[in-house]
Design a binder for this molecule. Sequence first.
Ligand code: ASP
Length: 439
Amino acid sequence: MQVKAVKFGGSSLADPEQFKKVHEIISSDPTRRYVVASAPGKRFDSDTKVTDMLYACYDMAVAGLDFGAFFDGISARFDAIIDGLGIELDLSAEYESIKTSFRRGAGRDFAASRGEYLNAKILAEYLGYDMIDAAGVVFFRDDGSLDEKRTYTTLAAELRMHERAVIPGFYGSMPNYTIKTFSRGGSDVTGAIVARSANATIYENWTDVSGFLMADPRIVKSPLGIKTVTYRELRELSYMGAGVLHEDSVFPVRSAGIPINIRNTNRPEDPGTMIVAGTDVYDRDHVITGIAGKKDFSVIRIDKDRMAYQRGMLHRIVEILDYNGVHVEHLPSGIDTMSVVVHTNELSGKYDIITESISHAVNPDYIVIEDGLALIAVVGRGMVGSYGIASRVFEALAKAGINVRMIDQGACEINIIVGVAEQDFEAALRAIYAEFVKD
Ligand code: ASP
């Protein structure tokens, strides 16, 4: 039988009404057999996620404060879900045991993981599914990295023993049996691991938006949704700030050729965004897949006559930056000039030392560090081999009166990066979007 692995995010499991939607989604398709649950998220804008409450509560416990009343606020969130669903489940023994572990200093990761653990228990009971504790099937190594081989083998064997199951997201265990979590938003990663271990045909990631949009809706008014995006394109877009999915969730499924489908629990009729390993098919109306960007970059510009003929220069510059804890983001270069684009915050307090060290090492004719750069990535598999795309980007910017301070296009051709002054960022994004997506 076909298998789908489905993950529901915190907002999809925040209260009884959301649980009911989840029930409907799962029961409408019998192949949705393995379900990964997040902790209850926000029910409204000013609400607090249960994970954040657990961190705060544990901090109180470590500080020796009386955290009983605060913990009652957390258990009340779960009890309200149980009551609202009308299921027979009493978690009071679990609450007591968690409080005891807090007092014994079970760790912040353990504390945070209880949100997923308890919510998975409720969801399993409500759906009539088995529950598989992630602590026994997701394993980390001593250095904190995921032990993929052990995890996939153990989890695959466990899943074979369950026709249908709920698995809590976000955590696993260390070789010494303590609990460790992924970074924030890590239930996405668990979902991918489950999809891979179940050899699923698809990994559905249910959240509160209908997939990725072609541009940031806070900047571009009602941008179109992205129907299909490749993993490569997604990496480019998310690196530049297009959120929604935890970036590590791509790896387990990509190599296994399992597509990810981002779906909206509140609008299950929407097809969402499909993330696939590769496809030549692209949206011919728009050519590009999406636009994303970030502010707070700086450029270190280094000019030197006959630079192109000098060996080892780049190496020395990169070494100096590395030594000072500065990562190189982009390296657009000319014949006698080189620009190194870096994150401004990494330069803090180091402008002089970096300028001096580079001057000393490569004796440039001119060196300057300029802040206030924003980068915009125009991404699309449809750009490969088609001409005129770059000129459309620049024409759109020129028409909007925006000066392009830097250009970078990787040899893979799915990406053009332009640097503009920070104050032009929003206008530049809108101009590029309008060029490719006509009303
Ligand atoms: N509950 C965790 C968090 O808030 C993990 C997740 O929801 O994916 O980060």
